[in-house]
Design a protein around this ligand. Structure first.
Ligand code: ZN
Ligand code: ZN
Length: 123
């Protein structure tokens, strides 16, 4: 069992490492099973839950209520969600000046920005 689950965990890590954006458990299952053979959705959920608990990956919650997972090592970025196919990709935005819009005395500690629209395939 140990060997097989290690292979499955590595496959999931690989998939998340190379992904263009955060992936749902079903997307992870589809891509990781190409690398490690059969992989049930329940196994994906177990591995990502353990990974999230250990801080090895990050859960992403957007407006569509699908839980997605991403590599914890990605540097600061934002997301684009295709409203047709629900694909999410990472995007960089010039967000450094956002805090300048705050009323005096307010300070930003963190922010999240999501753009919604259609991906190249759905447009
Ligand atoms: Zn799309
Ligand atoms: Zn930002």
């Amino acid at each position: 069992m140990a060997k097989r689950s290690t292979r499955q965990k590595r496959a999931i890590e690989q998939v998340l490492h190379h992904a263009r954006g955060p992936l749902s458990a079903r997307q992870i299952q589809a891509k990781a099973s190409e690398l490690c053979g059969s992989l049930s959705l329940a196994t994906v959920y177990r591995i990502v839950a353990t990974g999230a608990e250990a801080g090895d990956l990050v859960t992403v919650h957007l407006e569509d209520n699908v839980t997605r997972y991403e590599d914890k090592n990605r540097k600061h970025h934002h997301h684009f969600l295709c409203e047709d196919c629900e694909e999410v990709i990472d995007i960089q935005l010039p967000c450094e000046t956002l805090a300048h819009r705050l009323p005096e005395g307010y300070a930003v500690t963190r922010h999240e920005i999501t753009l919604y629209g259609r991906c190249a395939e759905c447009a």
